[in-house]
Ligand binder design. Sequence first.
Ligand SMILES: Cc1cc2nc3c(=O)[nH]c(=O)nc-3n(C[C@H](O)[C@H](O)[C@H](O)COP(=O)(O)OP(=O)(O)OC[C@H]3O[C@@H](n4cnc5c(N)ncnc54)[C@H](O)[C@@H]3O)c2cc1C
Length: 396
Amino acid sequence: MREIAIAGGGPSGSICGERLARAGFEVTLYDEHLAWEKPCGGGLTYKAIQAYPFLLDGPHPKKLIYTVELISSRGHRARLQLDRPIVIYSRAVLNGLLLDRAAAAGCQVVRSRVTQVDTTGERVRLLAGGAERTADFVVLAAGARNTLVPETRPLRRDDLELTLGYFVPAHADAIQVKFLRRFEGYLWSFPRCDHLSVGICGSMARHTSQELRGHLHDFLREEHIDTAGARLYSHVLPSPQPQTLRTRRVVGKNWALVGDAAGWVDPITGEGLYYALRSGDLLGQSLAAGAPQEYPARVRADFSANLEFATRIARRFYRGRFLGGAVATRMIQFVGRSATFRELMSDLFSGAQDYRSLKRRLWVQCGVTLTEVISSLLKLQPTLAQNSPGRAEPAP
Ligand SMILES: Cc1cc2nc3c(=O)[nH]c(=O)nc-3n(C[C@H](O)[C@H](O)[C@H](O)COP(=O)(O)OP(=O)(O)OC[C@H]3O[C@@H](n4cnc5c(N)ncnc54)[C@H](O)[C@@H]3O)c2cc1C
């Protein structure tokens, strides 16, 4: 196998192209837009920065955020101070820098739309920009709505979320995340260098775009975010069902899916950039080792078992009740009143805490967390811990 074609030059396609070109393959990457402002928050957690330090060290403009304000459906607020920043990029900048790295490694980058892929013959045949091309293997990195390979099924409505948002010409220094009553999704404001990405995501099977629009405009009004000069965006986001992660084919004899095309997004937080980069990287490693069939096992060992666990708790997180209130509301109240719980949340936000060991940690810390919450409620603890990781202002 020598010649690889990649359809899609987002984070998953670019990093895969870079890895393969470095390993000596002849790689051609096709993207219809190249570096563009894909609808996105653009937030990279610390686990992404640890895996790909150039995203923090490089000269490209980015915003480092150390404060997250959590808002409940009933208006409770708590601010988390993070030890390790969330790094926020404009997607045009992020995609551009990843494409540049791929090109510098020797990958040929072509601005073209791929309209057809045929994997049935000896070699893969692609139609890109109206011209026929061939390759030994094709990487499908074209995002959530990709239907280019009939050998695997497309993501269904219940595997997807709708998103709607604005790029707003304004500045801020804290991320805001707001949860809503009986709503599977959340609202966010992510500050970038010279604008905010403000949006909402919600299950496509359970919520309509009209519903999302209403919530988004309420949020903009409540948070006094002026949309004069703002640009509206809308896109889909994978939020896979457990059986989709378990059973959907992501590799064939001469093709593989990476990133959103494979459905690899955290169903609770909507984080997809890390998984796009990791899956592109892992596919690159599998192909370089001459063993594309090992790709699913590598992904499973690296992150998809954790995502699968998240799919099982996502519904309970958004719809469940705890101590007589919504889980998200209780979470925000606990963040405001317990230093131990704040530390846990800070680790969750940075990606240092995975979902599979979360339950155990919650149980182990349950006693001390409740003691801190009760002490704070009884005003035995007048000021909350000031300098511990993830310190917060008290919730009402
Ligand atoms: C509103 C929103 C907010 C988000 N916020 C965050 C966040 O803050 N943090 C986070 O980690 N994740 C976030 N995500 C998820 C993240 O954007 C995705 O998981 C990530 O972009 C996936 O990367 P990818 O390379 O797989 O696909 P994409 O980034 O979607 O890239 C696909 C590329 O393929 C190209 N393409 C598509 N079809 C074709 C074709 N036929 N021919 C050629 N090229 C084609 C497109 O031009 C595009 O460049 C968000 C998503 C949305 C929708």
